[in-house]
Design a protein around this ligand. Structure first.
Ligand SMILES: Cc1cc2nc3c(=O)[nH]c(=O)nc-3n(C[C@H](O)[C@H](O)[C@H](O)COP(=O)(O)OP(=O)(O)OC[C@H]3O[C@@H](n4cnc5c(N)ncnc54)[C@H](O)[C@@H]3O)c2cc1C
Ligand SMILES: *[C@@H]1O[C@H](CO)[C@@H](O)[C@H](O)[C@H]1NC(C)=O
Ligand SMILES: *[C@@H]1O[C@H](CO)[C@@H](O)[C@H](O)[C@H]1NC(C)=O
Ligand SMILES: *[C@@H]1O[C@H](CO)[C@@H](O)[C@H](O)[C@H]1NC(C)=O
Ligand SMILES: *[C@@H]1O[C@H](CO)[C@@H](O)[C@H](O)[C@H]1NC(C)=O
Ligand SMILES: *[C@@H]1O[C@H](CO)[C@@H](O)[C@H](O)[C@H]1NC(C)=O
Length: 497
């Protein structure tokens, strides 16, 4: 199933919509305003002006009929009940970083924003952080930093807490703790019937599992309780080398992926085309004493044209990486995956993606002036046995990865200036991704997993989790939301059916 604000082609008899009439756009604002007037904002208010534009990519900005900004879980639950009663369409925004039109805002309907659900506290022994969906990871890291703690969250500070944890959560500590979602021990969630429940290992355990990768299909999460990680300082930074070293750089990436022998490490190798292509890797080592660990030597032995590696707090590092985020432009991410077990396979997978991507690039530059392309990037995320075993040790998630394989999840990023180019970029990324995936398929290295956090609207997610997990997600959604409220009245985002 795809993303979008378009009408939902319902699969078979999976969903029966609560009401007998078409969902309504304007009825939601009226119903909410009557009940919870203080939390509803129309176009003339500053809150509307701020909240309706507070998104990562300009392509996400739509024109909701009103903004609903609940002050508490109870108020959100009351509002949701009113929306369901009115058969009214709505969208939900956390940190606003899902760069897909219609995934987190809506034209005409109600935009629900999480900005005021601001729980943030540690339990007594500081092993668990309770955090509300209002926050960005930068907020979490600065709060935890005061206690020499960190968490398995976004690697760039501005990214939102809720969407990342609901997608999975690729993080610096993945080889130690798995995905961000694996570190969540409890969710507080508002269900379609307006009840507020806890989902954890013992209470609603099926829902607990489904929320680990199942996104917005089950309810609205109002609090995440997640493991903290003792990590006072880390050795981290970006090591950037020039074009002539690309082959050596990609070999280093494949070498690391084929033998992730040190779980304190994390890397993000990336190519950045421009007048001349740069190769830049984020190197992360969870240690406040050891620098230049041996496992990074294949990268650090390549002479850098710039390097920011050094000891710093994760809050400092996520602020440093966060500087890559430019406001007020258009952005898209696209995801794909190759898998293998040997250096040879993984290197071939990287190489095919690299070569196909660079072959397609001239087609983009032919249609858009270089001055209007702000960034292009291609990066790879290695996910190996330690990572998946850490996930399994915590009870597992819905993503369906197999720990006998190493996955290289690639992401393409295009950022551009001028909405006149939106359609050109959309077509180019779709064509390029098909070309890459067809080539990796031919080589027997393709995997259907698309990491949700990096996926574009044309991509499908849940089939890539495997048939069994996909079916299980559908039946859990039907159990907790029998009328399909989160698929029909809340059409945005990736839906299980
Ligand atoms: C610059 C950048 C860097 C990134 N870095 C990383 C990274 O390091 N690791 C990683 O894993 N991913 C990363 N991502 C991807 C990121 O995880 C996703 O974009 C994610 O959706 C962001 O969460 P959000 O809250 O900001 O998104 P939003 O767009 O607000 O939400 C995403 C989806 O979740 C729904 N949703 C939001 N809040 C709730 C809630 N409380 N209950 C139910 N549904 C909700 C929304 O309706 C929407 O469909 C990055 C993205 C960007 C743009
Ligand atoms: C709600 O969130 C907004 C935006 O972050 C903030 O400016 C405002 O102070 C918050 N209001 C309350 C009551 O928490
Ligand atoms: C799980 O939920 C139950 C019921 O709400 C609650 O009592 C318990 O504390 C929760 N467990 C965790 C780990 O939060
Ligand atoms: C990656 O692509 C570039 C540009 O086409 C090419 O020069 C380089 O040799 C490729 N490297 C690998 C390992 O595929
Ligand atoms: C291209 O970018 C410039 C700014 O760099 C901007 O002024 C211009 O409007 C953009 N072109 C289009 C067609 O949007
Ligand atoms: C292969 O390419 C075709 C057409 O370009 C596309 O429809 C198909 O989805 C591609 N396969 C993959 C795995 O992307």
């Amino acid at each position: 199933m795809r993303v979008g604000s378009v009408a939902l082609p319902l699969a078979g008899a999976a969903v029966t919509v609560a009401a007998n009439s078409m969902p309504s756009l304007s009825a939601g604002c009226h119903a909410l305003a009557k009940l919870l007037g203080d939390a509803v904002f129309y176009r003339d208010s500053n809150v509307y002006k701020y909240e309706s534009k507070n998104f990562w990519s300009s392509t996400e900005i739509l024109s909701p009929g009103c903004v609903f900004r609940p002050q508490s879980s109870a108020q959100l639950a009351e509002g949701l009940e009113a929306l369901v009663d009115a058969n009214a369409e709505f969208a939900v925004r956390g940190g606003g970083h899902m760069g897909i039109k219609g995934s987190n805002s809506i034209n005409g309907g109600v935009l629900v924003v999480m900005s005021n659900l601001t729980t943030m506290h540690l339990n007594e022994d500081k092993s668990i952080l309770s955090v509300g969906p209002a926050y960005r990871w930068a907020d979490v890291y600065s709060y935890l930093g005061k206690h020499d703690l960190s968490a398995a969250g976004g690697r760039l500070g501005p990214v939102g807490v809720p969407g990342l944890l609901l997608a999975g959560g690729i993080n610096f500590y993945g080889n130690q703790v798995g995905f961000g979602c694996d570190t969540v021990v409890n969710y507080e969630i508002v269900l379609a019937d307006g009840s507020i429940v806890q989902a954890n290992k013992t209470s609603n355990p099926d829902l607990f599992w489904a929320l680990k990768g199942g996104s917005s299909n089950f309810g609205l999460v109002t609090r995440f309780d997640l493991e903290t990680i003792k990590s006072p300082k880390v050795w981290a930074g970006s090591h950037t080398v020039s074009e002539k070293y690309i082959d050596r750089f990609l070999a280093a990436a494949a070498k690391y992926a084929s033998d992730i022998s040190d779980p304190k490490t994390h890397i993000v190798p990336a190519l950045v085309p421009g007048d001349s292509t740069l190769a830049s890797v984020i190197l992360f080592y969870d240690s406040d004493t050891v620098s230049y660990p041996d496992i990074f030597k294949p990268f650090t032995d390549i002479p850098a044209i710039s390097s920011t590696v050094g000891f710093k707090t994760v809050a400092e590092f996520a602020a440093e990486t966060g500087e890559m985020v430019v406001d007020g432009i258009n952005d898209v991410f696209i995801a794909g995956t190759v898998k293998g077990t040997t250096y040879k396979d993984l290197h071939q997978g990287i190489s095919i993606i690299n070569t196909t991507f660079f072959n397609e690039l001239p087609k983009l530059y032919k249609q858009i002036p270089a001055a209007n392309i702000s960034t292009i990037q291609l990066d790879w995320q290695p996910i190996g046995a330690d990572w998946m075993k850490a996930s399994e040790a915590r009870g597992g998630n819905a993503l369906g990865l197999d720990s006998s394989q190493v996955y290289l999840c690639y992401a393409e990023v295009v950022e551009w200036i001028g909405s006149a180019y939106d359609d050109i970029v959309a077509k180019w990324v779709e064509d390029t991704t098909h070309a890459i995936n067809n080539a990796t398929k031919k080589a027997g290295l393709y995997d259907a997993f698309n990491y949700m956090g990096d996926s574009a609207g044309f991509q499908s997610i849940f089939p890539g989790y495997g048939e069994e997990n996909h079916q299980r997600l559908i039946s859990i959604a039907q159990k907790y939301d029998p009328h399909g409220v989160f698929q029909t009245l809340m059409p945005g985002g990736f839906k299980v059916y």
